[in-house]
Design a protein around this ligand. Structure first.
Ligand SMILES: Nc1ncnc2c1ncn2[C@@H]1O[C@H](COP(=O)(O)OP(=O)(O)OP(=O)(O)O)[C@@H](O)[C@H]1O
Ligand SMILES: [Mg+2]
Length: 661
């Protein structure tokens, strides 16, 4: 059985002279990796059995089918042969007929029964396989949704994809083909072995010698191919990662005429894949001929020894107590052939097992990732505020929100009205330990204030907003929201209270309406339309062929960048959050539309705390306070007029931009 997509290459480059963007570092798969993949296989089996406690029925079916197919023919063969040899001497052929029939009819019935059970077994396995894979895919997706952003920063998306495709497929081969085959063949082997032992111990011992030899060789070759199957799995993932990256960057590839370079890089990755899977298959493929030939030698040896035993009337050491005769010898040799055949089939499952081990290991590497932690216990609830200021929780949308604090000490609950007061105090942060990005950042945003961040590219503006959202956790300092440490707020509730327009717009496959509704799942069509009007998006949406029902695909590639941003703003607006973060929200919008959007945004911002990041200073100048960031530090702060008067960096930025305009 060889499901591998590539054939053995004769020669493969050992080390690519120049690594393409998708190249990866790879060392030889070590013994510990092989052990790791065996461990992963055990885990897969445990999960599989755990999912299907009824699996025991399949095993019973397998045993029955196996035992019938293995035992029945040899027993019948022997009995019918005995009748024939006896009749040869007596010459009573008419008397032998009913005897032969009395064996033949049950034989046919048993075969029909075995066939029915085999069909049933295959159906059950097919069903279980699909269910098992579906569960695994769900587990993977579930985990993926709970991983911190850091995971996606450090893993290529194509490689993550390959867990769902390539790695899962190795498990499909394992559970749908290899495992049933192994089970069937082991049962056949044991049954046939038992029968052979019953008829002749000497002959079976000779067979055992060959068996041990085969096991040793299989073990050695198996370890060799395992090493390369693990590499093959990684190579497939790298190639998939590269393909996806190139697909996403097609425009850039074309505009910089990088087609040839991309092809070359892909060839390198492909060669690595060919080399690894070639070596893996080369190892795996030499196994079958070796096992076959050892089998043939044993067969000849048994035929010679058996013949001599009959010729010399050697006493037969057996549990049956019968003399070794032709009637035993013929079925014995047939069983030997079957035994070798089963053994060969078993070794052929090696590929699938090793590949599944490698696939399983990679799947568990994702499943075992620590999910994004959330120790928050303060939640966000709708509330009613009585004239005397008392806050009570409400189960419907009241337009007011409160933080709900459960107090463990005395079991009481207190409510605090959400205001949108966000304070960062002496915050330090680094995405990766060796490179600090923010230093000692202190920002106070009072409810309803508009705080703007300006600064050169890479200064850390987006990073600050990433921290308010708790996309990443801070190393040092404090972030408080309405006086509550954000670590105490449940992430879901924290994020619900913050409307976010990201620097890079992401739209999903669906209609324009559905994309706006993403901001608030229970928003009515009317609410979505109003949000679009507020965001200044309604004009262009109404001009689309299907208006709000226009389908967006591939991150809204049928829209312009600015139109995508307008939809993203509408999406944030429909959520009606008390606090807004707008990261370059209007960067791709023309100045005329920006003026329209700005009016809408001004309405949207009323009464909300807003963090706005913009390179266009015209967007930020009416903010309450402007923070100028430089290399992760806030170097200036104040209102537009104050900063202009200070004649510092902001002044330079502003006048520079002014002159450019
Ligand atoms: N996910 C990440 N992992 C590691 N480093 C990152 C990550 N995101 C950003 N950085 C680094 O953090 C620094 C600040 O990035 P940030 O995105 O906050 O800049 P910015 O001020 O928003 O710039 P821009 O105006 O270009 O959007 C940069 O030096 C960048 O290299
Ligand atoms: Mg940014």
């Amino acid at each position: 059985m060889s499901e591998n997509k590539t054939k053995a290459p004769e020669k493969a480059p050992q080390a690519a002279p120049q690594r393409g963007p998708g190249a990866r570092s790879r060392g030889p798969a070590s013994m510990s990796q092989i052990k790791g993949s065996i461990g992963s296989l055990k885990r897969v089996l445990k999960i599989y059995v755990g999912y299907f406690p009824k699996l025991v029925w399949v095993i019973v079916l397998c045993i029955l089918v196996g035992a019938i197919t293995a035992a029945v023919p040899s027993i019948f063969q022997k009995n019918i042969l005995s009748i024939i040899t006896d009749t040869w001497e007596t010459g009573d052929w008419a008397g032998a007929r009913p005897q032969v029939l009395s064996y033949l009819i049950p034989l046919v019935c048993l075969y029909v029964l075995a066939l029915a059970m085999a069909i049933l077994q295959s159906q059950v396995i097919a069903f279980m396989t699909q269910k098992f894979l579906a569960r695994l895919r769900e587990d993977l997706f579930d985990k993926m949704q709970r991983l911190p952003l850091k995971y996606f920063d450090t893993h290529k998306h194509g490689e993550i994809m390959s867990h769902y495709t390539n790695d899962i497929d190795t498990l499909r081969q394992l559970v749908s083909m290899a495992l049933p085959n192994i089970l069937r063949n082991v049962i056949l082997l044991v049954t046939v072995f038992g029968i052979m032992l019953y008829y002749s111990i000497w002959m079976t011992l000779i067979l055992c010698l060959g068996f041990v030899l085969m096991l040793v060789i299989t073990g050695k070759v198996g370890a060799g191919s395992a090493k390369y199957f693990i590499r093959q799995q990684k190579a497939v993932a790298s190639a998939e990662g590269f393909i996806q990256e190139t697909m996403n960057g097609q425009k850039v590839v074309k505009v910089f005429n990088h087609e040839d370079q991309a092809i070359k890089s892909f060839e390198e990755l492909n060669q690595t894949l060919v080399s690894d899977s070639g070596k893996a298959n080369a190892y795996a493929n030499i196994l079958a001929p070796i096992i076959n030939n050892i089998g043939n030698i044993i067969y000849v040896l048994l035929a010679v020894v058996g013949g001599l035993m009959i010729y010399f009337h050697t006493p037969n050491l057996s549990f049956s107590g019968e003399i070794f005769s032709i009637a035993i010898m013929v079925p014995f040799l047939n069983m030997c052939k079957q035994f070798m055949g089963n053994l060969n089939q078993l070794t052929m499952q090696m590929n699938a097992i090793v590949m599944a081990g490698a696939g399983a290991e990679r799947i568990f590497a994702l499943l075992d990732q620590d999910p994004e932690t959330d120790d928050g216990y303060v939640t966000l609830v709708n509330c009613e505020i009585a004239p005397d200021g008392t806050v009570t929780e409400a189960d419907h949308n009241t337009g007011h929100w409160a933080w709900k604090h459960p107090h463990q000490a005395d079991g009481t609950i207190t409510y605090q009205v959400l205001e949108g007061d966000v304070r960062l105090t002496e915050v330090d942060f680094a995405y990766v330990p060796e490179k600090q990005v923010l230093y000692d950042v202190t920002v106070f945003a009072k409810p309803g204030q508009k705080v703007a961040f300006v600064g050169a590219t890479g200064a850390g503006k987006t990073t600050i907003t990433n921290l308010i959202n708790r996309f990443y956790d801070i190393a040092d300092g404090k972030i408080r929201y309405d006086g509550i440490n954000v670590n105490k707020i449940k992430k879901k509730d924290l994020r619900r209270s913050l409307g976010l327009v990201l620097q890079e717009t992401n739209l999903f496959t669906g209609t324009v309406m559905e994309n706006i509704r993403y901001g608030k799942l229970d928003a009515t069509d009317e609410e979505c339309r109003q949000a679009a009007v507020l965001a200044g998006a309604s004009d262009f949406i109404e001009r689309l062929p299907d208006g709000y029902n226009t389908m967006l695909t591939n991150n809204g590639s049928n829209l312009s960048q600015g139109q995508r941003q307008l939809i993203a703003i509408a999406r944030a607006a429909v959520a009606d959050p008390p606090c807004l973060i707008l990261d370059e929200a209007t960067s791709s919008i023309d100045t005329r539309t920006e003026a329209i959007v700005q009016r809408g945004m001004d309405k949207l911002m009323e009464g909300r705390t807003v963090f706005v990041i913009a390179h266009r200073l015209s967007t930020v100048q009416n903010s309450d306070v402007i923070m100028v960031l430089d290399h992760g530090r806030i170097i200036e702060r104040g209102s537009h007029d104050q900063l202009i008067a200070e004649k510092g960096v902001y002044y330079q930025l502003y006048t520079g931009a002014f002159e450019l305009e």
